[in-house]
Design a binder for this molecule. Structure first.
Ligand code: AMP
Ligand code: MG
Length: 343
């Protein structure tokens, strides 16, 4: 299959938006830009179309997808009820990088919810994403547009590197602004629970809802045989091909540690501006004092590591666990398959 590329920089580029939307309406797969990462979209109401997403990505069948809408009203047919808390969250953070899990109706095919009785819904803020959903006339199921397990794509180039020839089209609207996936919160239980940290911080959620629970899977690997509330959190994910190890300590300690293992097979993932101090090849992922920049660059930095010849081991600086840094930490932890060395 030849993957078409649509360059669309404005929601007013109606001809190209219509062409991409027609592919979606006809059951095809189109990678679309959002403010978080590129998503691999299909008609969320068409189980057969959604099944193609799993095939193209090599995604485990038990990992459900997020359904994207362009207007708030579109949530009603998808879920059994819209609780007050969902309305409050939507008022505060939609359109934007927040996904809300609610009890689903039978309109949602089992391919989308992967057998759960809930559905994850988001209204993205990217103007081109919204225009595409609107033009398609159906909600769009879309996980990140990468091969399952590899770093999420923050540019159309990343999408093509993984999925060229396996999907019908990609809409190229440049780099993603947020750079990590949406925050996932479930309102399906008694107390709101954060399942995945992302572009909206726990502090922002608590300012609207009061105290929320943080799922254990945010900070740690699930124990053997356990099914986490958000199935996606159980996998090693976002990983470069090299072995990634998080090394927790201050800068001098980190440099000392890397020095001991320095070789042409080792590299470092560090904050911008620290590269020159490192004894081995180093890739920066944003400035220490700028978590938004770290989020925006993390996945691209992980892909850059794969492009370094001969590198087998990568030592990464350890992000903080507050605010937006929690999302960066959570992704890096999975990229490292939970391997952390404390100095
Ligand atoms: P991705 O869009 O590739 O980042 O994957 C979607 C994420 O949302 C995964 O971590 C899923 O486990 C999570 N997710 C989707 N639907 C649900 C749901 N109904 N309940 C809990 N988590 C969900
Ligand atoms: Mg993903």
């Amino acid at each position: 299959m030849q993957t078409k590329i649509f360059q669309i920089n404005s929601p007013n580029d109606t001809e190209k938006i219509e062409a991409a939307a027609a592919i979606l309406r006809n059951g095809g797969l189109v990678a679309i830009p959002t403010e978080t990462v590129y998503g691999l979209a299909a008609n969320a109401l068409d189980g057969e179309a959604v099944a193609k997403i799993f095939k193209a990505k090599g995604r485990p069948q038990d990992n459900p997808l997020i359904v994207h809408i362009s207007r708030f009203e579109e949530v009603f047919p998808l879920v059994k009820a819209v609780p007050d808390m969902a309305v409050k969250l939507a008022d505060a953070f939609w359109p934007g990088p927040l996904t809300i899990v609610l009890e689903k109706t039978t309109l949602i095919p089992h391919e989308v919810s992967a057998g759960l009785d809930t559905v994850a819904v988001r209204m993205p803020s990217h103007p081109v994403a919204r225009a595409l959903i609107k033009a398609a006339g159906v909600p769009l199921a879309a996980p990140s547009a990468n091969t399952s397990g590899s770093p999420s794509p923050t540019s159309a180039r990343h999408v093509l590197d993984d999925l060229e020839g396996r999907i019908d089209a990609v809409v190229d609207a440049g780099k993603c602004a947020v750079g990590v996936e949406s925050t996932v919160i479930t309102l399906a239980g008694k107390i709101p629970r954060l399942l995945r940290p992302g572009g909206i911080t726990p502090e922002q959620l608590e300012a609207v809802l009061g105290k929320i629970e943080i799922d254990l899977a945010v900070f740690s690997a699930p124990s053997m045989g356990e099914t986490p509330a958000s199935p996606g959190m159980k996998y090693k994910h976002y990983s470069p091909k090299a072995r990634l190890i998080i090394v927790k300590g201050n800068l001098p300690e980190f440099i000392d540690y890397v020095q001991k293992d320095a070789s042409s097979n080792t590299a470092v993932l560090c904050y911008e501006g620290e590269q020159e101090m490192m004894p081995v090849k180093a890739i920066g992922f944003g400035r220490l004092e700028n978590p938004a920049e770290q989020a925006q660059r993390l996945f691209s930095a992980l892909r850059q590591i794969d492009a370094l010849p001969h590198v087998q081991t990568v030592f990464a600086r350890c992000p903080a666990t507050r605010g937006l840094s929690l999302a960066v930490y959570n992704r890096l932890l999975r990229a490292a398959a939970f391997e952390v060395i404390e100095l």
